[in-house]
Ligand binder design. Structure first.
Ligand SMILES: Cc1ncc(COP(=O)(O)O)c(C=O)c1O
Length: 394
């Protein structure tokens, strides 16, 4: 492509986001580059929350409408990740999905190892360590000096005793990513040894696409309050069809039954679908917000959003390098978030907030989580802020 063609293509891509910033009122004041912590509230999600409040005030309760909304959300999520609706469970959090799967596994025999990558959010370590009294042995898979976890590190550890391999699409600490080839290779390796693979999509899905079929993982968990633009208090779980039929969670509840209306106190009859990984009443308000969040994603298209975010992080990386910042994110295996090493990350994040530039920090890094509603003006404000506090950078 000539540079003129590339410029025209870029202009066209940018035009698909015309007006997008107006849909996120917080951007009038804030340079908000913090979607890896919590996504911004859009006009549509705000209206959906109001719709729920109006219904409560008008009718008190409408269970049929609420259950219908949770099914509608499951259908949209299924479409987003190229799954079947029967492969989706609506949960209260990513953690509750992982717990439900863990509850279905038997660690009392020879196959009792759980491999947890060092990219994991603490919840994924903690839940598996909580299985130790049930016989689980947890092993952690380390990063190399560049912040990547090569497939060979899994190769070294996976064997016939491995029950589950737990990986995050993108690391919450520095934004390093398992690319498609790596996820596929880890899934192949695990399956050859008879182990399951659980993928945590929280730091990616919404800013990046995810196709469960092409990645070959068994379970995907995530939540709705970051790049999926919903709210806290709701998550989801994908379980491959044959797995949902085979694994029987020992955590259950009435919304996990084959017939939610069965009201049978004398038996547990788990749903034949992934809904068996649910428990009680779905998070109703969360369903309203999350469903509307997915509509916003759909308005622009997940592939278009991914391309925009990739451009933004490429541009940000270029500028961070020009400024001489020490970037912790592996440049070629990155998700929507970039991390910059700091001497005092907490103080730096606070100094940025004082200038209405919102980021967050973990593990000594300042994290800038980009979404499609960000633009170069946010990046300018971030760099101005970082330059004004150079002494706090590493
Ligand atoms: C990668 C990842 N997984 C899981 C979680 C937490 O999930 P939940 O609170 O829904 O259990 C987070 C929260 O930041 C996260 O970044």
């Amino acid at each position: 492509m000539s540079s003129l063609d590339a410029a025209a293509a870029q202009k066209k891509a940018d035009a698909s986001f015309d007006g997008v910033r107006g849909r996120f009122p917080s951007l009038r004041q804030l340079a908000y580059i913090n979607s890896g912590s919590y996504g911004l509230l859009s006009d549509r999600v705000q209206a959906a929350i109001q719709e729920y409040v109006d219904l409560r005030l008008r009718a008190g309760a409408d269970w049929d409408a609420w259950v219908e909304r949770s099914f509608r959300l499951a259908a949209k999520l299924a479409k987003l990740i190229n799954a079947g609706m029967d492969e989706i469970a609506i949960t209260g959090s990513a953690s509750s999905g992982i717990n439900a799967v863990a509850s279905a596994l038997d660690f009392s025999g020879h196959r009792n190892r759980v491999l947890v990558s060092n990219y994991e959010f603490p919840t994924s370590g903690q839940i598996w360590h909580a299985q130790e009294p049930r016989g689980a042995i947890v092993e952690h898979v380390p990063e190399d000096e560049g912040g990547l976890i090569p497939v060979e590190h899994f190769e070294r550890t996976i064997d016939e005793r491995t029950a589950v391999v737990v990986i995050s699409r993108v690391c919450y600490r520095h934004g390093g990513k398992f690319r498609d080839e790596a996820v596929r290779a880890i899934a192949d390796l695990a399956h050859r040894h008879g182990a399951y693979v659980i993928l945590d999509s929280f730091q990616s899905l919404g800013a990046e696409a995810l196709d469960v079929g092409s990645l070959g993982v068994d379970v995907v968990v995530g939540g709705m309050y970051k790049y999926l633009l919903g709210t806290a208090g709701i998550g989801f779980l994908y379980a491959r069809r044959d797995l949902a039929e085979r694994l029987v969670p020992t955590m259950s509840g009435w919304f996990a039954q084959e017939n939610v209306g069965a009201m049978d106190i004398f038996a547990n009859d788990p749903s034949r679908s992934a809904r068996r990984f649910q428990a009680g009443t779905p998070p109703v308000l969360g369903c309203y917000a999350a469903d509307a969040g997915l509509d916003v994603i759909q308005d622009y298209g997940i592939e278009t959003i991914e391309a925009r975010v990739r451009d933004l992080t490429a541009r940000a990386l270029e500028r961070f390098n020009e400024q001489g910042y020490r970037v912790a994110t592996p440049p070629d295996s990155r998700g929507p978030m970039l991390a910059i090493k700091a001497r005092d990350a907490a103080a730096l994040v606070q100094a940025l907030i004082d200038r209405s530039v919102v980021t967050s920090h973990r593990d000594g890094n300042v994290r800038a989580g980009f979404h499609f509603y960000n633009d170069e003006s946010d990046l300018d404000r971030l760099i101005d802020g970082l330059d004004a506090h150079r002494g706090l950078l590493a």
